[in-house]
Ligand binder design. Sequence first.
Ligand code: C2E
Ligand code: CA
Ligand code: CA
Ligand code: CA
Length: 279
Amino acid sequence: AKRTGRGRTAEATLTLQLLHARRTCLVEALRTATADGSLSLLFQPIVSAHTCRPEAYEALLRWRCAGMGPISPVEFIPLAEDTGQICAIGHWVLQTACRQAAAWPAGPEGQAPKVAVNTSLRQLLQADFAGEVRQALAQAGLAPQRLVVEVTESVFNEGDIDRVLATLLALRQMGIEVHVDDFGTGYSSLSRLHEFPLTAVKVDKSFVLTADERALAVIEGTVLIARRFGLRVIAEGVETAEQARVLARLGVDELQGYYFGRPAPLPVACGSAEALPLP
Ligand code: C2E
Ligand code: CA
Ligand code: CA
Ligand code: CA
């Protein structure tokens, strides 16, 4: 039966009310998340395209909300960004990731893999983010050279650019790496890469997964410009051996994706610098 105009309006109103109720519930539950044990980290390897050994593991946040079960970060991170809760949550992620990484065993080449931590713009704009990072490293006993701060392309468009720059510079001066995440999805241009104190560019997984002519051109262009500015290129979303081969041939330095390993809890004892299956 065809719904009347009024029926449809009532339905839409109900949907909005439900969405609003869900949001209110989640925001309320998030307030205690850093203290009630409902947050955890998974780690996904980022391997060298040459040796297939993990150079780093990216920390990916998981939340099992007491009332509503597992909630995707794609849903709760934007909420936490809106409310400002992301600063407390990000602090928990930073501390936890540093503490876990400090226990990873060294690889055959000496250094243990790095740990990459996703960082929201709101965290970068805090009064003393660099100080917070310094403290987390000291408490965990982790060398700054083993920490990667991943920031999204949105930092390029932040109004208070001087503040962002000062924070990123302070991190770099401590020896911490700074990577731009989701590169190619925003409106920033390749030509702005050199204005920021970065160490690597992470090509967004949409380009890897599409891999059509246009996507490959974007990756190729990114490699060219990144090289010129002395930056490494990382590709995420690598699901097949064929994709890994194509990306390595294009000059991408590091690879991340289900082909090399899904995000997983990382047992401290596992030899985390072992080479992963060669493509
Ligand atoms: P991201 O930083 O771009 O992380 C990569 C996402 O791609 C992860 O999703 C990962 O599980 C997924 N992925 C990895 N390999 C593959 C692959 O081969 N194929 C496909 N299709 N996907 C792959 P996840 O864990 O759901 O995280 C989603 C987003 O949530 C992250 O995207 C990041 O923006 C955000 N996020 C996660 N943890 C944190 C955190 O601690 N802090 C902040 N601020 N954001 C976080
Ligand atoms: Ca990331
Ligand atoms: Ca990404
Ligand atoms: Ca993303």
